[in-house]
Design a binder for this molecule. Structure first.
Ligand code: PLP
Length: 381
């Protein structure tokens, strides 16, 4: 049985060429990039090449890129690093209820340090309302952190409009673009963002590495204390191999981005049409247009999602739920709850996410299997 992986929003396989690009830095070019001898200089040059590719990918300059151990660290560094360095300007932060926990939990930690946080709501399509942001902005707001694309629904926030609005305010704008980098055109100046987080394992790079774009002139208090790597913003010896793998993965992803978008739109249509023809009650979650192409979140009202996912897994299909299963009971995710309340819709959601290796045949088999499993579950229920 050929297994089908439709969980690319959770993590992606490393592109073979990105894996290949990393190999020399494990064996022959292994120097510490901070060493001044030949070995160190070779690694440093490779690190700089990687940094330049990452910077170009988001329209930044190389000094504005801080290498991190992934998206969570990049979000934490942006939010905690900025707030702790600028509390003299104010202690108020704005974010949204549908953010990733890498943002939400960093904000909650800051609340314990005396900051106050406004959590914006979203409408039923998953978008924040500009009026609500407007109302939330205060003279002592120092930071707004709103994600580019949501990891559960793929919904894309109006980043450019938010960036434009914040140009007239002291607050800096951080965006968690972990799901969006490599999926959409990103140019930090056009978008008006001051900080942007990315993670390699979402674009066919290795796990455990990512980066934070920090606009020139913005000071952050580091999270880690130690050496003066990354211009004193992130202590610890850089992994040249991971940086090289991440850069190559992003370069390859961007080369094919538009092609992939078209293909993924086809996958979406294919899956939805077949489910519809098969008589499944499938309700799509998230804004119909303001969204990524590769994430499709569908509710199957009345279905027991845990059972559904287990059955699909037995049939070789890996997808994920929009729910967290706690001790056998299904709890709707914080994202779907924010959009639809604590409803059946939130509890019966499945996330399909496409990526490297996804084919029409796989989508066809997924639809057939899904219909069969739904049919069987109805018979059992
Ligand atoms: N932000 C978003 C939107 C994500 O989807 C993820 C990954 O699940 C993260 C942050 C965290 O990234 P990482 O797994 O690299 O720490």
């Amino acid at each position: 049985m050929e297994r089908i992986y439709l969980d690319h929003a959770a993590t992606t396989p490393v592109h073979p060429k990105a894996a290949e690009a990393m190999m020399p830095y494990f064996t022959s070019v292994f120097g510490n990039p901070s060493s001044t001898h030949h070995y160190g200089r070779e690694s440093k040059a490779a690190l700089q090449r990687a940094r330049r590719i990452l910077a170009d990918a988001v329209g930044a300059s190389a000094e504005e890129i801080v290498l991190t151990a992934g998206g969570t660290e990049a979000d934490n560094l942006a939010i905690m690093g900025y707030a702790r360095n600028h509390h003299h300007l104010g202690r108020h932060i704005i974010t949204a209820v549908t953010e990733h926990h890498g943002v939400l939990h960093a904000c909650q930690a800051l609340e314990k340090e005396g900051f106050s946080v406004t959590y914006l709501n979203v409408d039923s399509s998953g978008l924040i309302r500009m009026e609500e942001l407007e109302e939330a902005l205060r003279d002592d707001t120092i930071l707004v952190s709103l994600m580019t694309a949501n990891n559960e629904t793929g919904v894309v926030q109006p980043i450019q409009a938010i960036g434009d609005r914040l140009k007239e305010h002291q607050a800096v704008f951080h965006t968690d673009a972990v799901q969006a980098v490599g999926k959409r055109e990103i140019h930090v100046s056009d978008l008006g963002v001051d900080m942007l987080a990315a993670s390699a394992h979402k674009f066919n790079g290795p796990n455990g590495t990512g980066f934070l774009y920090v606009r020139k002139g913005i000071q952050l208090s580091p999270l880690l204390h130690g050496g003066s790597q990354e211009r004193k913003r992130r202590a610890g010896t850089e992994s040249t191999a991971l940086a090289a793998g991440m850069a190559e993965a992003l370069r390859l992803t961007l080369e094919e981005m538009e092609l992939k978008q078209t293909e993924q739109e086809r996958f979406r249509r294919l899956l939805l049409t077949q489910l519809e023809h098969g008589g499944a009650e499938a309700v799509v979650n998230g804004h119909p247009e303001e969204r990524l192409s590769n994430v499709l979140n569908i509710s199957f009202p009345g279905a027991n999602v845990e059972q559904l996912l287990m059955n699909l897994d037995l049939e070789g299909i890996a997808v994920s739920s929009g729910s967290a299963c706690t001790a056998g009971s299904i709890e709707a995710s914080h994202v779907l709850t924010a959009m639809h309340g604590d409803s059946e819709r939130g509890r019966s959601a499945v996330r399909f996410s496409f990526g490297l290796g996804t084919t029409d045949e796989q989508i066809n088999r997924t639809a057939e299997t899904l219909l069969r499993v739904l049919q069987r579950m109805k018979m059992l229920n």
